[in-house]
Design a protein around this ligand. Structure first.
Ligand SMILES: [Zn+2]
Length: 440
């Protein structure tokens, strides 16, 4: 018997197609051959800041145990499915497949996966690693898909992961509005949250995408059991062609990496950074809010974009001296703006006192005094008293933000962002698989 790891990346295009759908079809065809799946299909989100990425920057991995003489047949099925399902006519679709055989994933491959989630990886680096570990690579067009395919194979998700049950539409409904009973989605959410997450935000249904892709809805949660139960609570008003439960790094923050100083920030990284607020935020056109933090190595802009809604109010309330931890993707500098962290969340570590100063009150009549000129003290307009040896009175205003973590609303989350339902939650890999995890 051989343990075969199959990594697939980048088969989508903006006009439809979807790598997860291709994977769901593969699950059906491989199941029909009585292949033994040793894990759920993995749905891996890679660094969301990479330019030229596919829409969700997703890659997939299937792990199957098969008879040795069956291996070529399985590989052939995978490649046929990609040729059939991938939208290779789109210029930016560059599918890639990686096959790796072996019980254990080499360290080098695991490290590569981590890098692909947090940083920029180039095609040659992927090809070199594939050669070193002995992974078999099949590339289509410019081979960029090799990066995700290999990264998916190298991802084990042993210390934290989530699940997504994804349902797919029948082809005649592609491109049409998705038909779900909205009340059933609300009931599902109240029955299963916080063990499911990002179902609804402020009355808006988040489980359905909006594009022409074949996905009807996807429910994310902490266990395979809960996403399956939640799926059974949702009433679909259109047929479901198939569904699959994926194990995923969505909602885990795996893209974020702590950097000890601002000087280490580079474009396209996803970072966690401590700093001191160095100025009041400003709101630019479009409603985006820009603030700046500093440390002993320099300073950097941080942006809360318009879609983050009320999250921007937190940023607007920060004052110089506040100590914060920022989380987000690094946008390269352009002619219009410097290197900027696109805020995914912010933790306020220590609030600075907010002091306001008032002119003193007249010691004779109690009226608020006015300035008598620079360094000339104060005078009273009512009784004419002049005082030079008097200071402004100070008053500390209570802050309307607290020392805690603030997140944008779920609708503005990236796939990888750890949602409020999962703060401090880690899900270890379980030894057994839940059934059923796919149909058909
Ligand atoms: Zn007076």
């Amino acid at each position: 018997m051989t343990l075969l790891h199959i990594g697939i990346d980048d088969t989508d295009s903006p006009s439809g197609g979807c790598t997860t759908y291709l994977c769901a079809r593969l699950v059906e065809s491989l199941s029909a051959l009585n292949v033994n799946f040793v894990d759920y299909p993995l749905l891996i989100r890679l660094n969301p800041n990479v330019p030229f990425r596919t829409r969700g920057n997703a890659a997939l991995c299937l792990r199957v145990k098969i008879d040795d003489d069956f291996e070529n047949r399985v590989k052939q099925i995978v490649l046929e499915e990609i040729e059939r399902g991938a939208d290779l006519s789109f210029k930016n679709t560059n599918s890639g497949v990686a096959f790796y055989e072996g019980e254990a994933i080499p360290d080098m491959l695991e490290k590569f996966s981590k890098k692909a989630m947090q940083n920029i990886v180039i095609i040659n680096e992927a090809l070199k690693i594939a050669e070193t570990v002995g992974a078999e690579i099949c590339t289509f067009k410019n081979a960029r898909g090799v990066i995700g395919a290999l990264a998916a194979v190298g991802t084990l998700l042993e210390n934290d992961h989530t699940y997504e049950l994804t349902t797919y539409r029948t082809p005649e409904n592609y491109g049409k509005p998705r038909k779900l009973d909205i009340d059933s989605v609300r009931n599902m959410d109240s029955a299963t949250s916080p063990n499911t997450f990002c179902n609804i935000d402020d009355g808006r249904i988040l489980i359905t995408p909006h594009g022409p892709d074949p996905i009807l809805y996807g429910i994310r949660g902490d266990t395979a059991e809960v996403v399956y139960a939640a799926h059974n609570m949702v009433t679909s008003l259109e047929p479901i062609e198939r569904w699959v439960i994926f194990r995923s790094n969505q909602g885990t923050d795996m893209h974020l990496r702590f950097l000890p100083s601002i000087s280490q920030v580079r474009p396209y990284l996803s970072v966690i950074l401590n700093g001191e607020v160095s100025n009041r935020s400003k709101t630019i056109s479009g409603g985006h809010v820009i603030m700046q933090i500093k440390d002993h190595t320099g300073n950097i802009d941080c942006a809360a974009y318009e879609p983050t809604g009320a999250f921007r109010e937190v940023i607007k309330n920060l004052i110089p001296g506040d100590l914060v931890r920022v989380y987000g993707g690094v946008r390269p500098a352009s002619s219009l703006h410097p290197l900027t962290i696109n805020l995914e969340k912010i933790e306020i570590l220590k609030l600075a006192p907010l002091i306001v100063k008032f002119n003193p009150k007249c010691t004779k009549c109690g009226k608020r005094m006015t300035s008598a000129g620079k360094n000339k003290g104060f005078k009273c307009k009512k009784c004419g008293l002049k005082l030079t040896e008097i200071e402004k009175s100070t008053f500390e205003i209570s802050r309307n933000i607290a020392e805690k973590l603030y997140l944008p609303p779920a609708r503005a989350h990236r796939h990888l962002t750890r949602p409020k339902e999962r703060i401090n939650k880690l899900t270890k890999k379980s030894e057994t698989m839940f059934a059923p995890w796919h149909n058909p």
